[in-house]
Design a protein around this ligand. Structure first.
Ligand code: FES
Ligand code: FES
Length: 156
């Protein structure tokens, strides 16, 4: 039975009418048309569906939409506060990270959350924070360089 669920999405308060157990990922993609967040595995194992919930990276395929009621969700579409690109997105371009691109919004959201919490992460902190975001194209070295670039390092 559909019920209203209200939360903040990319800075705007919204209410969706849906079954409360519908995964947030489906609401974002199917109900709201925000298809930047990708469906990979559906079971929390790939990271393609990563969004921010109150600033923390989450797997949106695992969260019933009712569980985000009253909270703040940010997707790749809302990562940058204006029409500019987020520094992580700029670093991604500078390092030509993307290959097929499918995993990339999840990678960027995970990286942005890491840098918000840890502005100058070590290699170990990067590895730990990004370990749940899989890339079948093997962009891992470029992801690491881009995170270091966004953090203000050389990217090397
Ligand atoms: S689709 Fe959510 S972790 Fe894979
Ligand atoms: S860029 Fe193709 S899966 Fe990561």
């Amino acid at each position: 039975m559909p019920e209203p669920v209200s939360f903040t999405l990319n800075g705007t308060s919204i209410t969706v009418e849906t079954s409360p157990e519908t995964p947030l990922l489906w609401v974002l993609r199917e109900s709201l048309g925000l298809t930047g967040t990708k469906y990979g595995c559906g079971v929390g194992s790939c990271g393609a569906c990563t969004v921010h919930l109150d600033g923390a990276p989450i797997r949106s395929c695992l969260y019933p939409v009712a569980s985000v009621a009253g909270k703040a969700v940010v997707t790749i579409e809302g990562l940058a506060p204006s029409d500019d690109l987020h520094p992580v997105q700029q670093a991604w371009i500078a390092e030509s990270v993307a290959q097929c691109g499918y995993c990339q919004s999840g990678q960027i959201m995970a990286a942005a959350a890491l840098l918000a919490a840890t502005p100058d992460p070590s290699d170990e902190q990067i590895a730990e924070a990004m370990s749940g975001n899989l890339c079948r194209c093997g962009t891992y070295p470029a992801v690491r360089r881009a995170i270091k670039l966004a953090a203000g390092g050389t990217g090397a």
